[in-house]
Design a protein around this ligand. Structure first.
Ligand SMILES: [Zn+2]
Length: 216
């Protein structure tokens, strides 16, 4: 906590004029082009590994980067943020980003024996990912089981997003794309799911060009 408090003072001292100008401009409104759905895990740092600036990403973070499917009417926070980002911010990309060594995935692999009254039902949203893993042919079987599940979970949560009619409509009109990414904490590598060849591919310069070509 001390680092956090001292960091605020440091930020006040070190902020550049360029950064001040950016924040002043952003005060009049945000125009992010992507919604980024990630885990709450403190080691997942999209602003660092994707070199993003304030105003670039609209972010949802929760345990396990989960998205309740349309049929789930008990949870509303995540869906509300998706709805807002699409209708108000008009984002054209949604990225679901899983990560290695995810505690939520480890809990699911162990059978979701969580005794916490809110966390256990929340993690149930990730349970279909266990079935998904069994049929996920392109998975890297050299990964540990919970990391394999984390990758399968990205695909499952992408499907959950697709279960919403308003998402389906935006995709059909060519105004929205959904991407599945996976961050390996130990190596700092980020992977993107490719429907062909149905596996996660390292985002290096070549893969970056592939993704960007698809966007244009
Ligand atoms: Zn996690």
């Amino acid at each position: 906590m001390e680092k956090l408090i001292r960091g605020i003072v440091e930020f006040r001292k070190k902020i550049t004029q360029e950064e001040r100008d950016l924040f002043a401009k952003l005060a009049s409104g945000q125009r992010p082009d992507a919604l980024f759905i990630a885990c709450s895990d403190s080691r997942v740092v999209p602003n660092t590994f994707a070199s993003t600036n304030p105003g670039d990403l609209f972010v949802i973070r929760n345990m396990g980067n989960l998205v309740p499917p349309a049929a789930n009417t008990k949870e509303l926070s995540t869906q509300a943020a998706i709805e807002f980002s699409i209708y108000n911010l008009k984002v054209s990309n949604i990225i679901v980003c899983g990560h290695s060594e995810c505690g939520a995935m480890q809990a699911l692999i162990e059978g979701n024996n969580c005794k916490m009254s809110h966390l256990a039902p929340w993690l149930e949203i990730g349970e279909p990912s266990i079935e998904r893993l069994k049929t996920f042919k392109g998975i890297d079987r050299s990964l540990s089981k919970h990391n394999q599940l984390s990758q399968a979970n990205v695909l499952q949560q992408m499907d959950h997003i697709l279960s919403y009619r308003f998402v389906q409509e935006k995709i059909a009109s060519g105004k929205l794309r959904i991407h599945g990414w996976w961050f390996n904490i130990a190596t700092t590598d980020v992977y993107s799911y490719e429907a062909d060849p149905k596996k996660f591919v390292l985002i290096d310069e070549i893969e970056a060009d592939v993704i960007l070509r698809r966007l244009h």
